[in-house]
Design a protein around this ligand. Sequence first.
Ligand SMILES: C[S@@+](CC[C@H](N)C(=O)[O-])C[C@H]1O[C@@H](n2cnc3c(N)ncnc32)[C@H](O)[C@@H]1O
Length: 215
Amino acid sequence: MADVYDTTYGQADYFGSEASPLLARYADWIPAEARVLDIGAGQGRNSLPLARRGCRVTALEPSGVGRAAIKAQAAEAGLDLDIVGENFMSYEPRGVFDVILCFGLVQILRYQECASLVTRLHQWLRSGGTLFLTAWHVGDPSFARLTREWERLGIRSFRSPDGSQYRLFLEDGEILKLFFRWQTIHHCEGLGPEHRHGDGPPERHGEIEVVLTRP
Ligand SMILES: C[S@@+](CC[C@H](N)C(=O)[O-])C[C@H]1O[C@@H](n2cnc3c(N)ncnc32)[C@H](O)[C@@H]1O
């Protein structure tokens, strides 16, 4: 069955051609041979630069069009990535990772899936390993509109009228409670810069960014 992101990824570099600025800023924290899991890898903007540095990257991406984009770029650059077409709910890694990337995933999950993701992140990252994660908080400009126009599934969890999309917003500071006792390397919550995805309209988001180390 076609994934909703298959259409999105019909446009090249939909989320940009460069790595996330957060990853670029803290890339030096990632050892060259680190074992990295990129959950919801999209078109590979974060997986590919790390593979280029020598990291052993597993790119987990349910969209076949997204995976094809990663595969094509990896082949062109002569990079060896493990590209896995699975949902994180069914994925079973063979061992723990040194680094996990979770960019832009939390805000599109149902709240039960988010709870399962957090459990998996605790299990899949080695002690001393680093998590990069972004999410949206309740200050996101779309939050008030979704409370009126989308079906409310939970306190800050919504489903679109056609049932195809979900949005989840975290309370201020909630992310650090989900990763209680993890060491905070970076934590930032605020209104992000105006940007566009593909040829879509300008957007701004209530962004949460964290870089955390597992105890
Ligand atoms: C907003 S995009 C972000 C893509 C990429 N991380 C980036 O920053 O460019 C979210 C991605 O998560 C993927 N995704 C959605 N649900 C997922 C799930 N349950 N398990 C793994 N990936 C998922 C989507 O297919 C999509 O590519």
